[in-house]
Design a protein around this ligand. Sequence first.
Ligand SMILES: CC(C)(COP(=O)(O)OP(=O)(O)OC[C@H]1O[C@@H](n2cnc3c(N)ncnc32)[C@H](O)[C@@H]1OP(=O)(O)O)[C@@H](O)C(=O)NCCC(=O)NCCS
Length: 156
Amino acid sequence: MRIRSLTEDDIPKLAAIVAENYDAHCAQMFYPDARCALSDGPWRPRFLVATVDDEPVGCSCWSVDWSSWGVFNICWVQVEKCHQGRGIGKDLIDATLAELRPQATLILLSTSLKGYYERWGFEPLCNYRSAYVYDGSEQETLMALRSTAARDAAGQ
Ligand SMILES: CC(C)(COP(=O)(O)OP(=O)(O)OC[C@H]1O[C@@H](n2cnc3c(N)ncnc32)[C@H](O)[C@@H]1OP(=O)(O)O)[C@@H](O)C(=O)NCCC(=O)NCCS
């Protein structure tokens, strides 16, 4: 397994993984986010792609949150069903946090898998009803991870 940056060729396979884990509508929403990542916009999201034999099997994405300096979001965390439970999701989150920690003071994500993210130290902020129901589960939890590395590096 290898983790690398997104390429244009990865997008259809990753969208198919989103469709498999969620549904076709969600997969359609994946395309513009992934294409935006390949643009030259200053606030483009960054996708990390997990590959097995150079075939995409999962991804994670981080982007700037507009609420304040140093706040970032994680989204589009996905592993293909036939590769789940082998540590690929863990490696994707580890790699994502390795990129974010030096620049972040707060990292936010929204999930229905609260327990999965608690192992990295994410704390639940609030539960809410999702606007988009994909698998019968309406409840999402907004979670936050504090990071001091960026401030430590700046000597603050
Ligand atoms: C969630 C997901 C990304 C995890 O990826 P994965 O590669 O299957 O997970 P890993 O193999 O890295 O799991 C690592 C550990 O987390 C645990 N884990 C997996 N799912 C969990 C859950 N829902 N709650 C708590 N722990 C969980 C595993 O038991 C494993 O524990 P271990 O290290 O003690 O064996 C993957 O299952 C997935 O794509 N799910 C569908 C899409 C989704 O829900 N994405 C998250 C949106 S926020």
